[in-house]
Design a protein around this ligand. Structure first.
Ligand code: GLA
Length: 392
């Protein structure tokens, strides 16, 4: 259980499996990473600023052309596989293939011809753990189709199509952060992304003797889609209430002080607390990006802790598992900050830990979590990698 690192994919295993399934050799191989968000949670869909980075782990896609008008999907991580034509859009599958199929539909809706492929995926990030395994499947599929069809779309366009696939086909009303980080990440950098405008800066992650440790709670986050969509509509409600008196595009256009001036326009207390999270989180992100560039990791860690607290108290997306990991983690020596990362209701925390305290962090946190929750946590030292790419 105390694994420091995931096992990096040996692509020959994927190539061999591809031949077993499809009876031909892999023609091309692509890769898209997972992501970890350092700070800025649940504000991408409120026009806020987020600060994610791409991981060196993610999803591989092996593909070869087939000469009919079908598409076949298989995965080394899942048992369900399918061979289909466009009639599948009328009968949406509930299995994992909904992610790549949503992307295929986006291409088809643009008048492109995304048929005639055998595809095999392999993911070396944990599935459904809040590290954007689904966004990495979407973006790697979009990147492959764009390349194979010579469609000439740029990565930001592929990112938007992947988000739309998830919103429309999958029914998860997500923002753009995950797909953007997966598409546009850069080794050794975090992305300061303004989700209102899609302007972004790549900020070097100089952690000076500190490491980012990802802790997987291994709590499945089934609730995430339904609760996520509820949170999103509560934010829309807050904006609609405020806009009785103002004309704002996004909730995160308000400062914390301005939110207090218009507080009386929001009638529901829960809706107000959701808005307070969004507005305060956006301020924390702005400060975090600033202090990181000044090398003030102590303040960066405090902001991570404050982000977790706000997600717990105002946004209510943490739960006892994630609170235990983050709050117990924050108390350990050498830890500057620890918070839940991603959509919530399970998934992972990210912690900023002094390099020579990482071992102790793992050895102390794992039993505390196990005793209280009864689950085994897993630990990965994050390695910040590049965005989506073609391997051959
Ligand atoms: C999920 C969504 C993102 C974002 C995060 C929360 O990962 O896909 O768009 O909203 O939750 O920050």
């Amino acid at each position: 259980i105390l694994n420091f690192k995931l096992i990096k994919m040996d692509t020959s295993v994927l190539e061999k499996r591809f031949e077993e399934i499809y009876g031909t050799k892999v023609e091309h191989l692509y890769f898209a990473p997972g992501r970890v968000n350092l700070i800025g949670e649940h504000i991408d869909y409120n026009g806020g600023r987020v600060f994610p980075c791409a991981l060196s782990f993610g999803t591989y896609l092996a593909v070869a052309r087939r000469d009919d008008r079908k598409i076949a999907f298989a995965s080394m991580n899942q048992t369900f596989q399918v061979e289909c034509d466009q009639s599948i859009f009328e009968n949406k599958p509930s299995e994992w293939v909904k992610y790549p199929l949503g992307v295929v539909k986006e291409f088809s809706d643009r008048g492109l011809d995304p048929w005639g492929f055998n595809i095999l995926y392999f993911g070396d990030i944990p599935n459904g753990a809040g590290l954007s395994s689904s966004a990495s499947i979407e973006v790697v599929t979009a990147f492959m189709l764009n390349d194979q069809l010579n469609a000439g779309l740029d990565v930001v366009e592929l990112v938007k199509m992947s988000q739309r696939a998830e919103n429309v086909f999958v029914g998860m009303n997500c923002g753009i952060m995950d797909q953007f980080a997966v598409g546009m990440g850069k080794k050794g950098h975090a992305i300061a992304l303004d989700c209102g405008t899609l302007d972004y800066d790549l900020i070097p992650l100089n952690l000076n003797g500190y490491k980012l440790v990802i802790t997987n709670s291994n709590k499945n986050h089934d609730l995430v889609t339904s609760e996520y969509n509820v949170r999103r509509s509560q934010c829309e409600q807050a904006l609609a209430d405020i806009n009785q008196g103002l004309n704002l595009k996004h909730l995160c256009d308000l400062s914390e002080e301005e939110l207090e001036w218009v507080r009386h326009l929001i009638s529901d207390e829960t809706v107000y607390r959701r808005a307070r999270h969004a507005v305060s989180e956006n301020a924390r992100v702005n400060e975090a990006i600033d202090v990181l560039q000044k090398g003030d990791l102590v303040r960066f860690g405090e902001l991570m802790n404050a982000s977790h607290r706000s997600l717990k108290e105002d946004y209510e997306v943490t739960g006892v598992e994630m609170d235990t990991l983050a709050e117990e983690g924050q108390k350990l020596p050498g830890v500057l900050g620890s918070r839940i990362t991603g959509g919530g209701f399970g998934g992972c925390t990210v912690s900023l830990v002094k390099e020579d305290s990482v071992q102790e962090f793992i050895e102390k946190l794992a039993p505390v979590y196990h005793d209280k929750i009864g689950l085994n946590a897993e630990f990965y030292v994050a390695d910040i990698g590049d965005g989506v790419r073609k391997i051959y």
